[in-house]
Write a protein that binds this ligand. Sequence first.
Ligand code: COI
Length: 355
Amino acid sequence: MITTETSITVKKTTKSRISELNEATMGFGKVFSDHMFVADYSNGQWAKAEIVPYDKISISPAGSMMHYGQSIFEGMKAYRTDQGRILLFRPLSNHKRLNISAQRMCMPVVPEELFMEGLLKLIKLDSEWVPKGEGTSLYIRPFMIATDDSLGVKASDTYKFLIITSPVSKYYSDPVKVLVETNYVRAVEGGVGFSKVSGNYGRSLYPTKLAMQKGYQQVIWTDARHHRYIEESGTMNVMFVIDDTVITPPLGDTILAGITRDSVLTIARDWNVKVEERKISIDELIDAHKAGTLQEAFGVGTAATIAPISLIGYEGIDYSMPVLKNNSFATRVAMELDEIRKGRKSDKHNWIVSV
Ligand code: COI
Protein backbone atom coordinates (compact mmCIF):
# COMPACT_ATOMS: atom_id res chain seq x y z
CA MET A 1 0.00 0.00 0.00
CA ILE A 2 1.45 3.33 -1.00
CA THR A 3 0.69 6.34 1.12
CA THR A 4 1.51 9.96 0.43
CA GLU A 5 3.52 10.86 3.48
CA THR A 6 4.36 14.47 4.05
CA SER A 7 8.08 14.07 4.60
CA ILE A 8 8.35 15.71 1.20
CA THR A 9 8.16 19.46 1.51
CA VAL A 10 6.28 21.39 -1.14
CA LYS A 11 7.11 24.87 -2.36
CA LYS A 12 4.39 25.92 -4.80
CA THR A 13 5.05 28.25 -7.67
CA THR A 14 3.47 31.68 -7.53
CA LYS A 15 3.55 31.93 -11.33
CA SER A 16 1.78 28.94 -12.88
CA ARG A 17 2.45 28.58 -16.62
CA ILE A 18 -0.64 26.41 -17.23
CA SER A 19 -2.09 29.01 -19.61
CA GLU A 20 0.82 28.15 -21.95
CA LEU A 21 -0.42 24.56 -22.31
CA ASN A 22 -1.63 24.22 -25.87
CA GLU A 23 -2.55 20.65 -26.81
CA ALA A 24 -2.31 21.40 -30.52
CA THR A 25 1.32 22.53 -30.41
CA MET A 26 2.89 20.76 -27.44
CA GLY A 27 4.70 18.03 -29.45
CA PHE A 28 7.07 15.89 -27.36
CA GLY A 29 9.09 17.09 -24.38
CA LYS A 30 9.22 20.79 -25.19
CA VAL A 31 6.94 22.17 -22.48
CA PHE A 32 7.40 21.39 -18.78
CA SER A 33 4.81 21.53 -16.05
CA ASP A 34 5.00 23.87 -13.08
CA HIS A 35 6.82 21.75 -10.52
CA MET A 36 9.54 19.14 -10.14
CA PHE A 37 10.52 16.65 -7.48
CA VAL A 38 14.11 16.77 -6.17
CA ALA A 39 15.79 14.48 -3.65
CA ASP A 40 19.42 14.64 -2.57
CA TYR A 41 21.63 11.74 -1.59
CA SER A 42 24.66 12.12 0.65
CA ASN A 43 26.34 10.31 3.54
CA GLY A 44 24.82 7.05 2.37
CA GLN A 45 21.18 8.15 2.47
CA TRP A 46 18.44 10.04 0.71
CA ALA A 47 17.86 13.10 2.83
CA LYS A 48 16.19 16.25 1.62
CA ALA A 49 13.18 15.62 -0.65
CA GLU A 50 11.04 18.42 -1.95
CA ILE A 51 8.70 19.56 -4.68
CA VAL A 52 9.72 22.94 -6.01
CA PRO A 53 8.85 25.17 -8.97
CA TYR A 54 10.33 23.80 -12.23
CA ASP A 55 13.59 25.67 -12.72
CA LYS A 56 17.27 25.34 -13.49
CA ILE A 57 19.36 23.41 -10.98
CA SER A 58 22.76 24.44 -9.80
CA ILE A 59 25.61 21.94 -10.25
CA SER A 60 29.35 22.41 -9.94
CA PRO A 61 31.25 22.42 -13.25
CA ALA A 62 33.21 19.52 -11.76
CA GLY A 63 29.97 17.58 -11.16
CA SER A 64 30.93 13.98 -11.94
CA MET A 65 27.87 13.16 -14.04
CA MET A 66 29.06 15.65 -16.63
CA HIS A 67 32.52 14.13 -16.88
CA TYR A 68 32.08 10.41 -16.32
CA GLY A 69 28.46 9.82 -17.25
CA GLN A 70 26.83 8.52 -14.07
CA SER A 71 23.38 9.46 -15.29
CA ILE A 72 20.28 7.30 -15.65
CA PHE A 73 16.64 7.97 -16.43
CA GLU A 74 13.17 6.52 -16.84
CA GLY A 75 10.17 7.38 -18.98
CA MET A 76 6.53 6.76 -18.08
CA LYS A 77 3.17 8.39 -18.62
CA ALA A 78 0.05 9.60 -16.78
CA TYR A 79 -3.29 9.57 -18.59
CA ARG A 80 -6.55 11.42 -18.03
CA THR A 81 -9.67 9.25 -18.14
CA ASP A 82 -12.96 10.30 -19.79
CA GLN A 83 -14.21 11.10 -16.27
CA GLY A 84 -11.17 13.32 -15.56
CA ARG A 85 -9.34 10.93 -13.22
CA ILE A 86 -5.58 10.55 -13.59
CA LEU A 87 -3.96 7.15 -14.00
CA LEU A 88 -0.32 6.11 -14.06
CA PHE A 89 0.72 3.17 -16.21
CA ARG A 90 3.06 0.65 -14.53
CA PRO A 91 5.07 3.11 -12.39
CA LEU A 92 6.33 0.29 -10.18
CA SER A 93 7.94 -1.34 -13.22
CA ASN A 94 9.73 1.93 -13.95
CA HIS A 95 10.87 2.13 -10.34
CA LYS A 96 12.27 -1.39 -10.54
CA ARG A 97 14.08 -0.67 -13.79
CA LEU A 98 15.52 2.60 -12.45
CA ASN A 99 17.15 0.65 -9.66
CA ILE A 100 18.52 -1.94 -12.10
CA SER A 101 20.16 0.92 -14.01
CA ALA A 102 21.37 2.46 -10.74
CA GLN A 103 23.01 -0.75 -9.65
CA ARG A 104 24.83 -1.17 -12.98
CA MET A 105 26.09 2.42 -12.81
CA CYS A 106 27.23 2.16 -9.19
CA MET A 107 24.55 4.62 -8.08
CA PRO A 108 22.30 4.35 -5.00
CA VAL A 109 18.90 2.71 -5.33
CA VAL A 110 15.84 4.89 -4.85
CA PRO A 111 13.47 3.43 -2.23
CA GLU A 112 10.00 2.61 -3.57
CA GLU A 113 8.30 4.92 -1.02
CA LEU A 114 10.43 7.89 -2.02
CA PHE A 115 9.83 7.25 -5.72
CA MET A 116 6.10 6.68 -5.42
CA GLU A 117 5.37 9.37 -2.85
CA GLY A 118 7.34 11.96 -4.80
CA LEU A 119 5.68 10.90 -8.02
CA LEU A 120 2.11 10.87 -6.70
CA LYS A 121 2.49 14.15 -4.90
CA LEU A 122 4.01 15.82 -7.95
CA ILE A 123 1.33 14.55 -10.35
CA LYS A 124 -1.45 15.56 -7.93
CA LEU A 125 0.00 19.05 -7.63
CA ASP A 126 0.39 19.43 -11.42
CA SER A 127 -2.77 17.50 -12.30
CA GLU A 128 -4.00 20.31 -14.56
CA TRP A 129 -1.02 19.56 -16.81
CA VAL A 130 -2.30 16.09 -17.76
CA PRO A 131 -3.76 16.76 -21.21
CA LYS A 132 -7.18 15.57 -22.30
CA GLY A 133 -6.99 14.88 -26.03
CA GLU A 134 -6.81 11.43 -27.66
CA GLY A 135 -3.20 10.33 -28.02
CA THR A 136 -1.97 12.78 -25.38
CA SER A 137 -0.52 12.16 -21.93
CA LEU A 138 1.78 13.61 -19.32
CA TYR A 139 5.25 12.18 -19.97
CA ILE A 140 7.10 11.65 -16.70
CA ARG A 141 10.88 11.70 -16.63
CA PRO A 142 12.49 10.46 -13.39
CA PHE A 143 16.30 10.67 -13.52
CA MET A 144 19.37 10.49 -11.33
CA ILE A 145 22.69 12.25 -11.70
CA ALA A 146 26.00 12.09 -9.85
CA THR A 147 26.91 15.42 -8.28
CA ASP A 148 30.31 15.00 -6.60
CA ASP A 149 32.53 17.96 -7.10
CA SER A 150 35.58 15.96 -8.10
CA LEU A 151 37.53 14.89 -11.16
CA GLY A 152 38.73 11.58 -9.73
CA VAL A 153 37.26 8.69 -11.71
CA LYS A 154 35.20 6.93 -9.07
CA ALA A 155 31.57 6.45 -8.14
CA SER A 156 30.19 9.72 -6.80
CA ASP A 157 29.26 9.96 -3.12
CA THR A 158 26.44 12.43 -3.79
CA TYR A 159 23.48 12.29 -6.19
CA LYS A 160 20.32 14.07 -7.15
CA PHE A 161 17.12 12.23 -8.08
CA LEU A 162 14.58 14.36 -9.92
CA ILE A 163 11.21 13.93 -11.57
CA ILE A 164 10.11 16.38 -14.23
CA THR A 165 6.97 16.10 -16.34
CA SER A 166 5.93 17.26 -19.78
CA PRO A 167 2.53 17.15 -21.51
CA VAL A 168 3.02 15.33 -24.82
CA SER A 169 1.31 14.11 -27.93
CA LYS A 170 2.61 11.50 -30.36
CA TYR A 171 6.40 11.01 -30.62
CA TYR A 172 6.17 9.99 -34.29
CA SER A 173 3.28 11.44 -36.24
CA ASP A 174 3.76 9.05 -39.18
CA PRO A 175 5.04 5.52 -39.73
CA VAL A 176 8.85 5.51 -39.54
CA LYS A 177 11.45 4.70 -42.16
CA VAL A 178 14.42 2.89 -40.64
CA LEU A 179 17.90 1.99 -41.85
CA VAL A 180 19.58 -1.22 -40.71
CA GLU A 181 22.84 -0.07 -39.07
CA THR A 182 25.75 -2.37 -39.82
CA ASN A 183 28.68 -0.19 -38.79
CA TYR A 184 27.93 1.53 -35.48
CA VAL A 185 26.49 -0.30 -32.46
CA ARG A 186 24.13 0.65 -29.65
CA ALA A 187 25.15 -2.00 -27.15
CA VAL A 188 27.60 -4.81 -26.51
CA GLU A 189 27.55 -7.94 -24.40
CA GLY A 190 28.75 -7.00 -20.93
CA GLY A 191 27.81 -3.37 -21.55
CA VAL A 192 24.90 -1.23 -20.40
CA GLY A 193 22.41 -1.63 -23.26
CA PHE A 194 19.86 -3.36 -21.01
CA SER A 195 19.63 -0.32 -18.73
CA LYS A 196 18.45 3.25 -19.19
CA VAL A 197 21.82 4.90 -19.03
CA SER A 198 21.95 8.34 -20.62
CA GLY A 199 25.06 7.41 -22.64
CA ASN A 200 23.06 4.79 -24.58
CA TYR A 201 21.14 7.67 -26.12
CA GLY A 202 24.09 10.01 -26.65
CA ARG A 203 25.98 7.37 -28.59
CA SER A 204 23.00 6.80 -30.89
CA LEU A 205 22.86 10.38 -32.16
CA TYR A 206 25.64 10.29 -34.75
CA PRO A 207 24.53 7.07 -36.53
CA THR A 208 20.95 8.39 -36.44
CA LYS A 209 22.08 11.68 -37.96
CA LEU A 210 23.79 9.77 -40.79
CA ALA A 211 20.62 7.72 -41.36
CA MET A 212 18.55 10.92 -41.42
CA GLN A 213 20.84 12.41 -44.05
CA LYS A 214 19.89 9.42 -46.20
CA GLY A 215 16.17 10.03 -45.69
CA TYR A 216 15.42 7.66 -42.81
CA GLN A 217 14.13 8.70 -39.37
CA GLN A 218 15.76 6.01 -37.29
CA VAL A 219 18.13 3.07 -37.38
CA ILE A 220 17.62 -0.59 -36.63
CA TRP A 221 20.51 -1.60 -34.39
CA THR A 222 22.18 -4.93 -35.07
CA ASP A 223 24.38 -7.03 -32.77
CA ALA A 224 27.94 -5.82 -32.25
CA ARG A 225 29.55 -9.18 -33.03
CA HIS A 226 28.08 -10.04 -36.43
CA HIS A 227 25.85 -7.11 -37.41
CA ARG A 228 23.41 -9.82 -38.29
CA TYR A 229 20.80 -9.98 -35.54
CA ILE A 230 18.24 -7.25 -34.99
CA GLU A 231 18.33 -5.59 -31.58
CA GLU A 232 16.25 -2.41 -31.24
CA SER A 233 14.99 0.39 -33.44
CA GLY A 234 16.12 3.86 -32.43
CA THR A 235 14.88 4.37 -28.87
CA MET A 236 12.31 1.57 -29.10
CA ASN A 237 12.13 -2.19 -28.83
CA VAL A 238 11.16 -3.73 -32.13
CA MET A 239 8.63 -6.40 -33.09
CA PHE A 240 7.64 -8.24 -36.25
CA VAL A 241 4.68 -10.39 -37.12
CA ILE A 242 5.71 -13.24 -39.39
CA ASP A 243 3.26 -16.04 -40.22
CA ASP A 244 0.90 -14.81 -37.47
CA THR A 245 3.66 -15.03 -34.85
CA VAL A 246 4.88 -11.98 -32.91
CA ILE A 247 8.67 -12.10 -32.91
CA THR A 248 10.96 -9.85 -30.87
CA PRO A 249 14.64 -10.08 -29.87
CA PRO A 250 15.15 -11.69 -26.44
CA LEU A 251 16.15 -9.67 -23.38
CA GLY A 252 19.80 -9.82 -22.38
CA ASP A 253 22.77 -7.51 -22.01
CA THR A 254 21.99 -5.52 -25.13
CA ILE A 255 18.21 -5.11 -25.14
CA LEU A 256 16.32 -2.70 -22.91
CA ALA A 257 13.65 -4.46 -20.85
CA GLY A 258 10.94 -2.21 -22.27
CA ILE A 259 7.77 -1.88 -20.21
CA THR A 260 5.70 -1.36 -23.35
CA ARG A 261 7.49 -4.41 -24.83
CA ASP A 262 6.42 -6.48 -21.82
CA SER A 263 2.87 -5.10 -21.93
CA VAL A 264 2.49 -5.93 -25.63
CA LEU A 265 3.80 -9.47 -25.17
CA THR A 266 1.54 -9.99 -22.15
CA ILE A 267 -1.53 -8.90 -24.13
CA ALA A 268 -0.49 -11.09 -27.08
CA ARG A 269 -0.29 -14.09 -24.76
CA ASP A 270 -3.66 -13.18 -23.22
CA TRP A 271 -5.08 -13.28 -26.74
CA ASN A 272 -3.39 -16.62 -27.48
CA VAL A 273 -1.29 -15.03 -30.18
CA LYS A 274 1.93 -16.97 -30.70
CA VAL A 275 4.93 -15.06 -29.32
CA GLU A 276 8.59 -15.82 -29.87
CA GLU A 277 11.28 -13.94 -27.94
CA ARG A 278 14.26 -15.02 -29.96
CA LYS A 279 17.07 -13.80 -32.15
CA ILE A 280 15.93 -12.69 -35.55
CA SER A 281 18.49 -12.03 -38.25
CA ILE A 282 18.13 -9.38 -40.88
CA ASP A 283 18.38 -12.19 -43.50
CA GLU A 284 15.39 -13.96 -41.97
CA LEU A 285 13.45 -10.71 -42.07
CA ILE A 286 14.29 -10.02 -45.71
CA ASP A 287 13.50 -13.64 -46.66
CA ALA A 288 10.11 -13.36 -44.93
CA HIS A 289 9.48 -10.11 -46.76
CA LYS A 290 10.32 -11.76 -50.09
CA ALA A 291 8.16 -14.78 -49.28
CA GLY A 292 5.23 -12.55 -48.32
CA THR A 293 5.07 -13.90 -44.77
CA LEU A 294 6.23 -10.69 -43.06
CA GLN A 295 2.94 -9.11 -42.00
CA GLU A 296 3.93 -6.31 -39.62
CA ALA A 297 6.95 -4.35 -38.40
CA PHE A 298 6.68 -1.88 -35.53
CA GLY A 299 8.57 -0.27 -32.67
CA VAL A 300 7.30 -0.21 -29.09
CA GLY A 301 8.28 2.20 -26.34
CA THR A 302 6.87 4.54 -23.71
CA ALA A 303 7.36 7.70 -25.73
CA ALA A 304 6.46 6.21 -29.10
CA THR A 305 3.90 3.69 -27.79
CA ILE A 306 3.34 1.59 -30.94
CA ALA A 307 5.17 3.06 -33.94
CA PRO A 308 4.52 1.38 -37.29
CA ILE A 309 7.60 0.92 -39.50
CA SER A 310 6.81 1.71 -43.11
CA LEU A 311 10.17 0.95 -44.71
CA ILE A 312 13.41 -0.81 -43.87
CA GLY A 313 16.62 0.08 -45.72
CA TYR A 314 19.31 -2.60 -45.90
CA GLU A 315 22.41 -2.78 -48.09
CA GLY A 316 21.14 -0.15 -50.50
CA ILE A 317 17.65 -1.62 -50.94
CA ASP A 318 14.49 -0.18 -49.41
CA TYR A 319 11.93 -2.78 -48.40
CA SER A 320 8.40 -1.40 -48.00
CA MET A 321 6.67 -2.91 -45.01
CA PRO A 322 3.03 -4.02 -45.20
CA VAL A 323 0.62 -1.22 -44.29
CA LEU A 324 -1.04 -1.91 -40.94
CA LYS A 325 -4.78 -2.52 -41.12
CA ASN A 326 -7.51 -2.14 -38.50
CA ASN A 327 -7.27 -5.82 -37.70
CA SER A 328 -3.45 -5.99 -37.65
CA PHE A 329 -1.96 -7.11 -34.35
CA ALA A 330 -0.10 -3.80 -33.82
CA THR A 331 -3.25 -1.76 -34.38
CA ARG A 332 -5.33 -3.90 -32.07
CA VAL A 333 -2.71 -4.00 -29.31
CA ALA A 334 -2.22 -0.22 -29.53
CA MET A 335 -5.97 0.23 -29.03
CA GLU A 336 -6.06 -2.28 -26.20
CA LEU A 337 -3.21 -0.53 -24.38
CA ASP A 338 -4.92 2.79 -24.88
CA GLU A 339 -8.16 1.48 -23.41
CA ILE A 340 -6.34 0.09 -20.36
CA ARG A 341 -4.31 3.25 -19.82
CA LYS A 342 -7.40 5.41 -20.08
CA GLY A 343 -9.24 3.21 -17.57
CA ARG A 344 -11.85 2.09 -20.11
CA LYS A 345 -10.96 -1.59 -19.81
CA SER A 346 -10.40 -3.81 -16.80
CA ASP A 347 -6.85 -3.76 -15.53
CA LYS A 348 -6.38 -7.49 -15.01
CA HIS A 349 -2.59 -7.28 -14.65
CA ASN A 350 -2.70 -4.48 -12.03
CA TRP A 351 -0.78 -2.09 -14.25
CA ILE A 352 -2.68 1.03 -13.25
CA VAL A 353 -2.00 3.25 -10.23
CA SER A 354 -4.64 5.88 -9.63
CA VAL A 355 -3.36 9.32 -8.63
C1 COI B 1 10.91 6.33 -23.71
O1 COI B 1 10.19 5.73 -24.51
O2 COI B 1 10.57 6.71 -22.59
C2 COI B 1 12.27 6.57 -24.10
O3 COI B 1 13.17 6.23 -23.40
C3 COI B 1 12.47 7.30 -25.33
C4 COI B 1 12.96 8.64 -24.99
C5 COI B 1 14.45 8.62 -25.00
C6 COI B 1 12.36 9.69 -25.83
